[in-house]
Design a protein around this ligand. Structure first.
Ligand code: PLP
Length: 460
């Protein structure tokens, strides 16, 4: 073990130093991958030195998601205390199904979930769990909605045409989950949004009424707190009213931006959250923990037990069920994803988490101010979002993003809303400063100037 930890330390220290000089790793085209790197596995083992060389090569050519040149995904940066927690959970290697197997780690997870419920304003009837990613916590929300609508479903399978409502801008996990759950992709209604990317509640209500009139069974409204492209927040207040009126489960997919819950300044973006049935968010997005750390909380924990418990005498042999978290889990063996958030939270406090969230909006404001005050940029974004959407000199977004990637300059992606396609800069790395955001634009502009011939046709 000691030798492996030494190798780990050496490689990581070298990486951290190199990241300062080279925030973007060498780009390896897929066609060259197996020539460039020694990835093959062989019959005989190799020495520790050879292994370290191979590992270093692999690590050094891997995309760098923690640097000030990575804006491609809805995560980025490193919160070191969260990493400390995750490293410990690997070392301890507990499974979170029983108190017997995980001991006090269960307590740490329960405290995290309890505090999240407290922030929402939910009493002791509320509870939650973690699953491998936002797609899976959304899946849990959908399954609880399905079973809450018709409790026989768990035994008989889906016998009714159940309908799910989500906005056209929502994440693709909803149709996938509809397929998994037996509800079916074709029974997902993609509700139009307003010009700011929020679900249109008037159209939603009309669609529900039509479906009911046609003898169909609405079971779930899936709202989004931070749509994947624009970062828009569906207005929860009218959705709560509709959900109550028609007795439909309301889930909030806050995978991207649900962590505004931690911010006094931005919590208003999820106004009404205390009225919803379930809420999921990814701490590995806005809170900056390592992947994956996705939580789902439910206003009434009976639904968690109802949909996810199964007796297993070979597993649940001791302790009260309240500490045997397997009873409310999608999985059997489950890695300890709570500890990284617990360690971060313990270290920086709720106030520290709030600062992490607020910082991202501050960086977003810096970026928005920059593009709005510069005639070479066209702004496609919305206010109160950490997704900055723009084009530069009318150059097609996909061309710029691809060339920046291939030249190892910057990692940034593009998205579209309605007719427009644009670059999407995500200011989710709270360890960046305003200077890093301005540096992004500087690199982009220099790159276009230096490669004018590549863009000549499209510059307007
Ligand atoms: C990222 C994201 C998801 C999926 O989360 P994973 O952890 O990647 O599975 C779901 N919904 C939204 C809005 C997201 O941004």
């Amino acid at each position: 073990m000691e030798q492996s930890l030494e190798i780990f330390n050496r490689i990581v220290n070298q990486l951290l130093a190199d990241e300062q000089e080279n925030p973007v790793a060498e780009h390896i085209p897929t066609s060259k991958l197996y020539d460039r790197l020694d990835l093959k596995l062989q019959q005989e083992g190799i020495s520790a030195d050879e292994l370290e060389r191979s590992l270093k090569d692999l690590v050094f050519t891997t995309p760098r998601t923690a640097t000030n040149a990575f804006f491609n995904q809805l995560f980025g940066g490193r919160q070191d205390k969260a990493i400390l927690g995750d490293l410990l959970s690997v070392m301890l290697n507990n499974s979170m199904y029983t108190y017997k197997a995980a001991g006090p780690q269960i307590g740490a997870e329960k405290v995290v979930l309890r505090e999240v419920c407290n922030l929402i304003g939910w009493d002791n009837k509320a509870d939650g769990t973690l699953a491998p990613g936002g797609s899976m916590t959304n899946f849990m929300g959908m399954l609880m909605a399905r079973d809450a609508y018709n409790d026989k479903t768990r035994h008989e399978g889906v016998q009714q045409t159940m309908i799910v409502y989500t906005s056209i801008e929502s994440h693709y996990s909803t149709p996938k989950n509809a397929a998994f759950s037996g509800i079916g992709r074709d029974n997902v209604r993609k509700i139009a949004t307003d010009a700011e990317g929020r679900m249109d509640s008037v159209i939603l209500k009309k669609t529900i009424e039509e479906d009911i009139a046609n003898g169909l069974h609405p079971v779930l409204i899936n709202a989004t707190a931070g749509t994947t492209v624009l970062g828009a927040f569906d207005d929860l207040v009218p959705l709560c009213t509709i959900a109550k009126e028609f007795n439909i489960w309301l889930h909030v997919d806050g995978a991207y931006c649900g962590s505004v819950l931690f911010s006094k300044k931005y919590k208003h973006l999820i106004k009404g959250i205390e009225q919803v049935d379930s809420f999921s968010f990814n701490a590995h997005k806005m809170l900056g923990t390592p992947l994956g750390c996705s939580l789902i909380v439910v206003k009434d924990k009976k639904h968690l037990h109802n949909s996810f418990s199964n007796d297993a005498s070979y597993l649940y042999q001791t302790d009260h069920d309240e500490f045997n978290l397997g009873k409310t889990s999608l999985q059997c063996g489950r890695r300890n994803d709570a500890l990284k958030l617990w360690v971060l939270w313990k270290s920086v406090g709720t106030k520290g988490l709030e600062q992490i969230v607020d910082k991202q909006f501050e960086l977003a404001d810096t970026a928005r101010d920059y593009i709005r005050n510069n005639a070479d940029y066209t702004d496609y974004g919305i206010d109160d979002s950490i997704s900055i959407c723009f084009n530069y000199k009318g150059i097609p977004a996909r061309d710029i993003c691809t060339l920046l990637y291939e030249h190892s300059e910057l990692l940034v992606g593009y998205g579209s809303f309605r007719e427009d396609e644009f670059i999407r800069l995500v200011t989710i790395n709270a360890t960046n400063g305003n200077e890093d955001i301005l540096n992004f634009f500087k690199i982009l502009e220099q790159f276009v100037t230096e490669h004018e011939s590549l863009f000549a046709k499209s510059i307007s």
